[in-house]
Design a protein around this ligand. Structure first.
Ligand SMILES: CSC[C@H]1O[C@H](OP(=O)(O)O)[C@H](O)[C@@H]1O
Length: 345
């Protein structure tokens, strides 16, 4: 299985990550030894996906400690460099969560911090596999289908996590059980995580799928071609409002109209109980050129700007189930301002 991000001690202390901006045409690994390069890799989405960003945050603290020791940084400088990693992207809570999980051990030395970071990575993989089993059970019971047809958005597989995946992990579990009919993978404009990354993973895993234009997703749902929508998450607030890749709320609205379940899958590290509702989630706005260019070629006339929110928020009342490794809550049927406390980290 591909690993989006991992720590290596040899030939020198580094974060090794696959450059996801080049997939699927090229499988190139970056060997990151400097904070500047890690921040650039996060900002460019060379490494991306909420749980993978959690690992990047934790391993980034180890990286900063190594660089600081080499360059003689003061404690103040080290903390400032760690903060640069922590704020490299605003919407996925996992990046800050990963940094915060380990930075308190900085005074105990780099080995202690690395041990915590490696523990976080192992936790995430175990969480993904467990939530995948829980999610598959829930979907089979709710749909009553032997061969479940799924629509999914963006990429939530091994590339977006430390291994296995979240929404993708449920799809993989359904496939392994012989209960997967077909996956409709949204291309996910503008950076095409679905067409480039999810299809690459599904193909490698031998999972039957088609890639559809984002604009087809609503009619695919309304025409009864799918039984469930399963997506990941970047931040889930205390009441169940969920930020995820832009285009997600369109699927939720179509599922509500079609009367099929809209399911969010995420490790408990994606639950942010300090944010009460989705109104308070910072939505990353990326460079408009990502929308008005394609493959380096300009689409819209010169001077026409792109509007490029990278995420949207699905209100909790459109979500049939939020699946984490700690259990499942059903926001649409059990609204509660502290609903997620039961399955939070
Ligand atoms: C396993 S959750 C992945 C989550 O992150 C993606 O965003 P990005 O590709 O910009 O990092 C997308 O929202 C996915 O659902």
């Amino acid at each position: 299985m591909v690993r989006a991000i991992e720590w290596r001690d040899t030939p020198r202390p580094m974060i090794r990550l696959i450059d996801q901006t080049l997939l699927p045409l090229e499988e190139r690994y970056l060997e990151v030894t400097r904070v500047d390069d890690l921040v650039a890799a996060i900002a460019s989405l060379a490494v991306r996906g909420a749980p993978a960003l959690g690992a990047a945050g934790a391993l980034g603290v180890v990286l900063a400690m190594h660089q600081g020791a080499e360059e003689g940084w003061s404690d103040l400088k080290l903390q400032a460099e760690i903060e640069r990693i922590r704020v490299a992207r605003p919407t996925a809570v996992n990046l800050a969560w990963g940094v915060d999980r380990v930075r308190g051990a900085v005074g105990a030395g780099v080995a202690a911090v690395l041990g915590l970071a490696r523990g976080l990575v192992a936790e995430d993989e175990a969480a993904n596999r467990h939530l995948s089993r829980l999610g598959a059970d829930w979907i089979l019971a709710r749909t009553g289908r032997e061969q479940v047809r799924v629509v999914t958005h963006c990429n939530t597989g091994a590339l977006a996590t430390t291994a296995w995946g979240t929404a993708y992990g449920i799809i993989h579990e359904l496939h392994d059980r012989g209960n997967l009919g077909l996956v409709y993978a949204d291309e996910t404009r503008p950076l095409l995580q679905g067409a480039r990354l999810t299809s690459w993973e599904l193909h490698k895993d031998g999972i039957p799928h088609v890639v559809e234009a984002d604009g087809a997703a609503a009619s695919t749902i309304l025409r009864g071609l799918v039984d469930v929508a399963i997506i990941g998450a970047d931040r889930i607030t205390a009441n169940g409002d969920t930020a995820n890749k832009v285009g997600s709320v369109a699927l939720a609205l179509a599922c509500a109209r079609a009367g099929i379940p809209f399911v969010v899958a995420a490790p408990s590290s994606t639950v942010d109980m300090t944010t009460k509702t989705g109104d308070h989630i910072v939505i990353e706005e990326r460079d408009g050129d990502e929308v008005v260019t394609l493959g380096g070629r300009r689409l819209a006339p010169e001077g026409v700007r792109g509007f490029n929110p990278a995420f949207d928020v699905t209100p909790h009342d459109l979500i049939a189930a939020i699946v984490t490794e700690k259990g499942i809550v059903e926001p649409a049927t059990a609204p509660d301002p502290e609903l997620l406390a039961a399955v939070a980290g």
